[in-house]
Design a protein around this ligand. Structure first.
Ligand SMILES: Cc1ncc(COP(=O)(O)O)c(C=O)c1O
Length: 437
């Protein structure tokens, strides 16, 4: 049976004029695309031999035969299950089995499955904060954590990236609240000084929310994540994670004390008002968890590959100093420069992910390399030789990120603070202690 075809343009489907609050926004977007001469997010299609650094499947599990077989069998057994909100889920089944096993892995009392990492963060902050709760967010924190604060009607209070001092000044001014950070930050690959932040949160009576999206499955003997492997599991109230990174599928989780997880399950809006994960997805997660826990070699190879690439890019004068993980970003700056970088890489068969407004400030767009454990030595060599070859073409020595590193290495951290101010955090008044003199 064929899908019906209808020529919408010819029949002028939308005849009613649109109000300026919509047309103005869309016009702005179109002007931005026109100014750049090319859509920053629409690059080339990768050919068969391209090296792909675009996926968050860090452990190369997306096509793992054991996981796929488990999912196929579950689909045949359960179909799509009962399509409804998870608040009506009763008794033990594949979803609950995964939640309990993941709790064991993460050293948490319990976990709850969510539809995505976005839903986990928005639902969590929305359900634990209100208009009177300050929500302290690292300036580089993921947009979903900011959105949770907005959804709670709370005032987001951004603090300098990875700065316990900046956080402390804010808490002293606004009182106890929710502190939200990531273990590994998704734009730069930097790591949170979690012990210092947790210590502060305890001293001032704050609740800690730690997003482990880019560390769960990737750090620790069995992939328990950074919070647990740093010995901080019992001192962090809530951990969240997307399952679309190391777990290589679509979903999210919240982990913590059992009574708090039960509260989230039955009261957060994302859990109550949206249908849950399907049975075969949960079975896939369970099979993935078994592989993740058993195959430490994947983590070792991942970090080995990331170290090789980071060191080589450093030696080529790329400013990748912020990266301490498998995420390595080339910060070209203005969008026009990032487009030149993207094209230089893609025309030579190397594909990274472009990050631009609203994920970064407009002046700090970048190409992110997500390293994975399946990259061969030859592929790593190819990435490095392409990055060496394009330096003049992309004007590497004119990038402010390069100049910061080569000419003013001591300013590196300060300049880095600009990243998400007008991006995910946009339209918020910066507190005085964040404004550089
Ligand atoms: C740190 C972080 N948190 C949350 C999310 C949202 O996860 P998901 O894609 O599962 O909604 C992402 C995804 O980009 C992320 O990087």
């Amino acid at each position: 049976m064929s899908v019906p075809q209808y020529d919408f343009k010819q029949h002028q489907l939308y005849k009613t004029p649109e109000p300026p609050f919509l047309t103005g926004r869309v016009d702005q977007y179109q002007e931005r695309v026109a100014r750049n001469g090319s859509h920053i997010l629409k690059g080339r299609r990768p050919g068969d031999h391209a090296v792909l650094l675009v996926s968050n499947d860090y452990l190369a599990l997306a096509g793992h035969p054991t996981i796929i077989d488990a999912q196929v069998e579950a689909l045949q057994t359960y179909g799509h299950g009962l399509l409804r909100s998870d608040v009506y889920r009763a008794g033990a089944g594949p979803l609950r089995q995964f939640e309990l096993n993941l709790a064991q892995l993460m050293e948490a009392e319990d976990t709850v499955l969510c539809q995505s990492g976005w839903c986990a963060n928005v639902g969590l902050i929305q359900s634990i904060a209100d208009a009177n709760t300050p929500v302290y967010l690292d300036m580089h924190a993921h947009a979903s954590l900011w959105e949770g604060a907005r959804s709670a009607g709370a005032t987001p209070r951004p603090f300098r990236h990875n700065s316990a001092q900046s956080l402390e000044r804010l808490i002293q001014r606004h009182g106890p609240g929710v502190v939200a950070v990531e273990t590994v930050y998704s734009t730069s690959g930097s790591m949170c000084p979690l012990d210092e932040i947790v210590e502060l949160a305890e001293r001032y009576g704050c609740i800690m929310v730690v997003d482990e999206s880019h560390s769960l499955g990737l750090f620790g003997e069995q992939g328990e994540g950074l919070t647990a492997s740093w010995g901080l599991a019992g001192r962090v109230h809530f951990r969240t994670s997307s399952l679309s990174k190391a777990f290589a599928a679509r979903g999210g989780i919240v982990a913590g004390r059992a009574r708090n997880i039960e509260f989230f399950r039955y009261e957060s809006k994302t859990a109550v008002f949206s249908s849950g994960i399907l049975p075969h997805e949960a079975v896939g997660f369970q099979a993935t968890l078994v592989v993740i826990a058993a195959e430490n070699w994947r983590r070792e190879q991942l970090h080995h590959n990331a170290d090789i690439l980071r060191n080589a890019l450093n030696a080529l004068d790329y400013n990748v100093d912020a990266s301490q993980s498998q995420i390595i970003s080339l910060v070209a700056g203005p969008e026009s420069r990032t487009i030149i970088l993207r094209d230089a890489l893609e025309s030579r068969g190397v594909f990274g992910s472009v990050f631009c407004w609203p994920a970064t400030a407009t002046s700090r767009s970048l190409v992110r390399f997500s390293v994975n454990c399946a990259l061969s030595e030859e592929q790593l060599d190819r990435i490095v030789s392409v990055c060496a070859e394009i330096r003049d073409e992309i004007g590497l020595y004119n990038w402010s990120s390069t100049q910061r590193r080569v000419l003013h290495p001591l300013d590196n951290g300060v300049a880095d603070q600009q990243l998400n101010i007008d991006g995910v955090g946009g339209r918020f008044q910066l507190p005085d202690d964040l404004v550089d003199p």
